[in-house]
Design a protein around this ligand. Structure first.
Ligand code: AMP
Length: 282
């Protein structure tokens, strides 16, 4: 059976209230749609943890820059509804932009410091848009737990901080990155890749793994790890490295030596498609 799609805040509140009255706990997975197996794994995790699972499908305009792919971001609601239903979702919330941002919305959420590196400077305003929409969705759905992917490590770290700093009563869970058999992290943006770019794309995860291997072999100098990583990525034909960083996994600040848990995070353009991926060194 297909989980119903609703488009208004009122309908979500009604369905969630009914589930609450039936004594159910509420799980939530926020997405932008064009769903794949990575999203399905979040929905399955939500269904294992909670008794009523809501998935939102909303391409959030406020997290896209003026030169980014908002207009052409893939929209595949029918297939999304099927995948969500098969993975254990009970309700899909697919609002319009007008439903989420009525005229005269002038309130935004900003998490400082954790956006100083990586996608913060690379995508000005991105995390402000993410935090604002995630907090709004949390207030609409009021879940007990919300599930995010490790693929967007900085996003997960920032959402966790927001929930802590603003006393939001939602448990944030971070689920492992789901990959294609050749290692490429699943992403809605992979469908933009030409066959030649798709064939080269697994080099991103290979370079991340090689960084882990260098660390395991005893390299602790972060500048050397970063330059080897950047060089390896830059050697991929047609690739342009946006960033290749090894940061403190907790603060997301620069690190000089590997003396604590580190996040190895990259953003790489293959042609016009920007892909991100990361691994942790602990
Ligand atoms: P998106 O709709 O792609 O912006 O992402 C919605 C949620 O799915 C975010 O929490 C992402 O981190 C997560 N996600 C995206 N790709 C993957 C993946 N390959 N594995 C696990 N989670 C993912």
């Amino acid at each position: 059976m297909l989980a119903p799609v609703v488009t208004t805040v009122a309908e979500v509140r009604e369905a969630v209230a009914a589930a609450r009255r039936a004594g159910k706990t509420i799980g939530f997975v926020p997405t932008m749609g064009a769903l794949h197996e990575g999203h399905a794994s979040l929905v399955r995790a939500a269904a294992a943890a909670s008794q009523f699972v809501v998935v939102s499908v909303f391409v959030n305009p406020t997290q896209f820059g003026p030169k980014e792919d908002f207009a052409k971001y893939p929209r595949t609601l029918e297939a999304d509804q099927k995948l969500c239903s098969e993975s254990g979702a009970h309700l899909i919330f697919a609002p319009s932009a007008a439903e989420m941002y009525p005229e005269r919305s002038v309130t935004f959420v900003e998490v400082k410091e954790l956006d100083a590196e990586l996608d913060g400077p690379a995508r000005p305003g991105h995390f402000r848009g993410v935090c604002t929409v995630v907090l709004k969705l949390f207030n609409i759905v009021q879940p007990d737990a919300a599930h995010f992917g490790a693929k967007d490590a900085q996003q997960a770290r920032i959402v966790r901080q927001m929930v802590r700093d603003l006393n939001v009563p939602v448990a944030v869970r971070v689920e492992p990155t789901v990959r294609e058999p050749d290692g490429l992290a699943m992403s809605s943006r992979n469908r933009y890749l030409s066959p030649a770019e798709r064939a080269l794309a697994p080099a991103i995860y290979r370079a991340l793994r090689n960084t882990q291997a260098r660390a395991a072999a005893g390299e602790i100098d972060v500048a050397r790890l970063e330059s080897a990583l950047a060089a390896e990525l830059a050697a991929v034909p047609g690739a342009r490295v946006d960033y290749a960083r090894v940061l403190d996994a907790n603060t997301l600040q620069p690190l000089s030596r590997l003396d604590r848990e580190a996040l190895v995070a990259v953003a790489v353009f293959l042609g016009t498609t920007r892909l991100i991926d990361n691994v942790v060194i602990d």
